[in-house]
Design a protein around this ligand. Sequence first.
Ligand code: ADP
Ligand code: MG
Length: 702
Amino acid sequence: MNTLDASIAYLKGVGPKKAELLNKELGIFTFSDLLQHYPHRYIDKTQFHKIRELHDQSGEVQLKGVLRRLTTIGEGRKKRLSGRLRDETGVLELVWFTGVHWLEKQLEVGKEYVIYGRINSFNGKLSMPHPEMEQVKPEQTTQKASTFAPVYPSTEKLNTKGLDAKGRRRIMKALFEKLKPQDLPENLPAYLIQKFRLLPRFDALKAIHFPKTQEELTAATNRLKFEELFFLQIRLLQIRRRRKDSIRGFHFGTVGDYFLQFYNEKLPFELTGAQKRVIKEIRRDLGSGVQMNRLLQGDVGSGKTIVGLMCMLIALDNGFQACLMAPTEILAQQHYQSIGKYVQGMGLQVGFLSGSVKGKKRKALLAALENGDIHILIGTHALIEEPVKFKNLGLSITDEQHRFGVAQRAKLWKKSSPYPPHILVMTATPIPRTLAMTLYGDLDVSVIDELPPGRKEIVTLHKTENHRLWLIGFIKKEIAKGRQVYVVYPLIEESETLDLKNLEEGYEALQREFPRPQYQMSIVHGRMKPANKDFEMQQFAEGKTQIMVATTVIEVGVNVPNASVMVIENTERFGLSQLHQLRGRVGRGAEQSYCILMSSFKLSKEGKERIATMVRTNNGFDIAEADLRLRGPGNIEGTQQSGIINFRLADLAKDGKILKTAREVAARILDDDPKLERPEHHPIQWYLEKHGKKLKGWSRIS
Ligand code: ADP
Ligand code: MG
C-alpha cells in the first residue's frame, strides 16, 4: 500500500479518537487527505506588536506578554473566561466564550505567552476574543526560528479536543516526518518545472504547510495552483478531443438557396465583421462531419439572433430542420415574430411551441413537425419535452443559456438520429475568460465582440431619492420626443410579496405623475397570467403605451428599439450582470439612450462598487470581470451546478494568468503528444490515471 493511503490513525499523536473526529468534522481519512487540507492562512511569527500601538483596525496580531488575572464571569451557557495580557507598553483584555473549563486548566497566570488573534473594538475598548495561546518555555531562547505558522480551517469540536491550531500543526509535523520525497512523486514533466521555475512537488507540498519565508510560500502556492489548473485543463481538453474523434455529426456540406437568398435579398443590414467571423466559424463546424458544440458569447444587442437564424438556414439548405429555444414565453414569442418577419416570402414554415399552445393546435403542430412540414420550430423548453418529435432535427439553438440546466440541454441529444443535432448555445451573459476556460473548457467558444454600427453609448447616471422630481421631468421630456421608458423594480423570491407591493405603489405613484389619457402605461410582473403579460408587452412593443413598469421579467432579450430610457429602482438590490442585462434593453435604436440607476443614499461598499462599475463601463466583458472580482466565482451564474469552484487553491478571480498559461501548456502538450506516450509525459499520464475519475458533474452541453 502506498504510504499516502494509510489511515491518519497511524500517525504519531493522532490515535483512533482524534482520527474519528477528523473523519467526521473534516472528511480527513488518509495521509493524503491530511496533506491536501491546506492552511487557509498563516501567522506571521516574525513580528510582535506592542499593546500600546494597537487600534481598532489592527486586525490579526501577534503579541508577547505575561498573563495576568484569569476570571470566569457569568453562569451556565453564558459563562465566559476573561484574562489580561501585559507587555511592557500596556494591558489587553482577552476573552473566551467556549471551552472555558478546559482553558481554565490549561492557562497559567503569571507565565509568559505568545498570543495571536484578531483585535476587536467595542465602544472604543480593545480586546482579543479567543486568542491562540502559546506559553513561552524557559528553555526557548527568544531567537527561536521565526517562521510562518499554518492555520487550518477548523471547527469548534476540534478546537476543544486538542486539535486546535497548535494540535494540527503537531500532526502535520508528524506527517512530514513520515513522508519521503518518493511518496510524492513529481507529476509534471521536468522540462515544465525548469521552464517555469516551479518548485518540485514534494518541496511545494512541504512548503505550503511549513513555509520558511514569504517567498517560499508564494512559490509553493504558485506551483500547486499551476498543477491544479493544468490537470483540469488537460482533462477538459481530453474530453473535447475525444468527442471530436468519436461523435460524428451531420455533414452540412452546402450553403444553398435559403442561405444565399436570405443573404442577398432579405438581410436588412450589413453584418458586422464579428458576425461574419462567427458565421464562418460555425459553418466550418457544420461542414466538418463532427457534431458541433459551440457557445456563442455576445454582449446584449450585438446581434446574435441573426447569426442564429443564418445558421438555421444552413441546416435547412441541407435538408434538415432547426429549432430555437428561449427561456421565457415572451422571448420565444419575440424570436418567433422577428424570425417570421425576416424570412417572409421565402416559403418557409416557422412553428411556435410553448406550454400555452394546446389542444388541436398543438396536435396539428406536432404532426407537421414530425412529417417535416415545419422547417424551423421556435419555443420554450416545451420543445424538449418527450412527445415532441422532429422528422430530422439538424441544428438546435438555445438562447440565453444560463437559464437552462445541463440536463435540459442533454435531452436535445435524443431528438435526432443517427447523430445528435449540432448545438449552438447563445448567451448574452458574458463570462470572464477565466471562467469560460473552465466552465466551458471542453466547448468551442465564439465571441461577437463588436456592436452594430451607429449605436450611441448609453449614458448611465446614478441618482438618489432627492432627484425624484428631476427624474419625472426627464421622463416627460423623453416621452415628448416620442420615446418610451422602462421602470424596473427588483423581485426576489424571498420577499416577493413585499416587492410586489413596491411595484404596485411605484405604479400608482407614476400614474399620478403621468395621468391618462395623455400618458399610457403598461405593467408586467411574474404573478400575471401569461396572456395578460403578453398583451401588455405587445402594447408597449407597438408603442401604444409609453411607460413599461415591470419586474425583471423583461430582463432578457426583449427588443423595443424605440425605448430609450431604463430606470432601475432599488438598484443596490440587483446583481451586476442583471443590471447590465436590463440596461441592454435600451440603446437598441438610433437615439441617445439613458440608464438611470436609482438607489438609496446609504449604500454598502459592494453596492457602491457595482453602481460605479455600471456608470464607468458599457462593456459586458468588463462588467463580468468586475462581477467575478466582487463576488467570487461561486456566485457567477452557471458555476454553482458545475462544481468548478471546488479548487483547493486556485481562485479564478485572481489566477487568470496562471490559468491561461496552464491552458496553453496543456493544449500544446496534447497537440504534440495526444496520448501522452512520450517518456517525459509519463508523470502526467500516471497522475491522471491515479486521479482520473474525479471529473464528474461537469457542465457540458453534452
Ligand atoms: P442580441 O445579441 O442581444 O440577441 P439582437 O440579435 O436582438 O441582439 O440584435 C439587436 C438589434 O440589432 C436587433 O434590432 C437587430 O436587428 C439589430 N442588428 C443585428 N445585427 C445588426 C447589424 N449588423 N447591423 C445593424 N443592426 C443589427
Ligand atoms: Mg437576444
